[in-house]
Design a protein around this ligand. Structure first.
Ligand code: BDR
Ligand code: CA
Length: 324
């Protein structure tokens, strides 16, 4: 089936920056001439449990007047081991900075996130764009349910990993990959075109107090709720940046997926995920030897790794969120 607009499926662990990502996607879809059709959102355990992530997503969609978008609960546990309780110190006890949103009257659909993804990939064969901003458990589960998935999906954009910079969970591992390294390994090994948006580009792009204040000042329900959520996120990042600010991980991945940003450096390379039990576990090993002159072209490279942007992302994000 073909549609005039491009169908997007978002997989997330909502989460404060996931909430920014959802709002960015909603704002893009709300443009009068929008080419963006949000056909489904799946939740996965990461920042919070998959159930809480779905509930936060539903509440946010209700606040935005978009309860028509189907939300599916995804995997609670990673492929190996158990969900370890999320990151309340980063995202608050409820995942959204302890801001209490009005509960949505809508419920999650009965299919799982992986089932929803497989169904949507068949419905929009060759057109569906998938954006994953949480651990990759649902995407790996969907691959397991239907190994033809890579041939059906137009592009998979992932927020995760660290190419040339340190990790944020271990010396080398970023949270989304570290939370399910085995799933991530399966996803990067499959034959589809991936765009990876790693810490290299998400850490240098930040929101500051002036951006947060503008969101609250707008008085718009979603923008203002996001501004209040960011209060908690800013506190966590004081220990990282030395002042109140927040990295813009997940919305940056959405903006890249929508083609909204000029990419400065984004080589297409091979990426493998370390699944050993040593200190390298969860590392996204990006073969960037092409940065040296004289190395031969890699065969089988299918992951575009976004290392830097031409412009600061914060103004683009703020402009979008002010109409959310
Ligand atoms: C990623 O981990 C989560 O805490 C954030 O939502 C983001 O997706 C950053 O490492
Ligand atoms: Ca996330």
């Amino acid at each position: 089936m073909t549609s005039a607009r491009t169908p997007y499926y978002l997989d997330c662990d909502t989460g404060i920056d996931d909430a920014l990502a959802i709002a960015y996607l909603l704002a893009a879809a709300a443009q009068p001439d929008s080419g963006v059709d949000i056909v489904g959102i799946g939740s996965v355990s990461g920042n919070v449990s998959a159930a809480m992530g779905a509930s936060n997503t539903l509440d946010l969609l209700a606040l935005a007047g978009r309860s028509d978008i189907p939300v599916a609960v995804g995997a609670h546990h990673p492929k190996v081991g158990e969900f370890r309780g999320g990151a309340p110190h980063v995202h608050g006890e409820n995942g959204i900075g302890n801001v209490e949103l009005e509960r949505s009257a809508a419920s999650a659909v009965s299919e799982s996130a992986a089932e929803m993804l497989v169904r949507l990939a068949h419905k929009h064969a060759g057109e569906l764009r998938v954006i994953a901003v949480g651990p990759l458990t649902n995407i790996a589960d969907a691959l397991h349910l239907d190994p033809t998935l890579p041939g059906l999906v137009k592009e998979l954009t992932i927020m995760g990993g660290a190419a040339l910079v340190p990790g944020n969970i271990t010396a080398v591992a970023e949270a989304n990959i570290a939370n399910d390294a085995d799933a991530a390994s399966d996803v990067f090994a499959a034959d589809w075109f991936i765009t990876l948006v790693p810490l290299d580009v998400t850490m240098p792009n930040v929101f500051l107090e002036e951006h947060r204040a503008a969101l609250i000042r707008s008085g718009r329900p979603v923008a203002s709720a996001l501004g209040h959520m960011l209060d908690h996120y800013f506190e966590f990042y004081v220990g990282v940046y030395g002042h109140r600010a927040s990295a813009l991980h997940d919305p940056l991945a959405v903006a890249v997926a929508l083609g909204d940003l000029a990419l400065k450096s984004a080589p297409v390379v091979r990426v493998v995920v370390d699944t050993t039990d040593g200190p390298g576990r969860g590392q996204t090993v990006c073969d960037l030897r092409g940065m040296y002159n004289g190395y031969p072209e890699q065969s089988g490279a299918h992951t575009r790794v976004v290392l830097s942007l031409e412009d600061d992302f914060a103004p683009t994000l703020l402009a979008r969120l002010l109409v959310a």
